[in-house]
Design a protein around this ligand. Structure first.
Ligand code: DQA
Length: 140
């Protein structure tokens, strides 16, 4: 099984960005742990700060991967285009967030991804990604 982890804006700063909300670990470090923990799964990882690049990566992923684990970060709450891209593809997308967006500002309660996601995992720190991968294994 091939899964793409796709991270949106500012998630390249994980480890140093607001550590009280997002922890002290860089995503690169966590990704290495994921690759070891889920060594039977072919995991890929991309990050971009650019909305249109996220849309292109979602479109291209549909030809290559069995599913996407998507943390669109701030674009989750603003991007009709990313929501439409998720609706347009027929591989499953699991939406993840590191922080519990529902315990934060009201504008973080809205997601343009969720209506077309297979499921949503919110608030477990970087473990949200582990749980998202496990959701694919159970459905194999
Ligand atoms: C986030 C939550 C978003 O509201 C925020 O803009 C992020 C990260 C999370 O993983 O907790 O950048 O997606």
């Amino acid at each position: 099984m091939k899964l793409l982890i796709l991270n949106g804006p500012n998630l390249n700063l994980l480890g140093t960005r607001e550590p009280e909300k997002y922890g002290n670990t860089s995503f690169e470090d966590h990704f290495s742990k994921l690759q070891f923990k889920f060594r039977n799964i072919e995991l890929s990882y991309e990050q971009t700060n650019i909305e249109g690049e996220l849309i292109s990566l979602i479109q291209e992923a549909r030809k290559v991967f069995d599913g996407i684990i998507l943390n669109a970060a701030a674009y989750t709450h603003t991007s009709v285009g990313i929501g439409d891209a998720v609706a347009a593809i027929d591989i499953p997308v699991v939406e993840v967030h590191i922080s519990n967006t529902f315990s934060r500002e009201d504008f973080r309660h809205k997601s343009f991804i969720s209506p077309n996601a297979k499921g949503v995992i919110v608030g477990f720190g970087l473990q949200s990604y582990d749980l998202a991968i496990e959701s694919f294994i159970k459905n194999e």
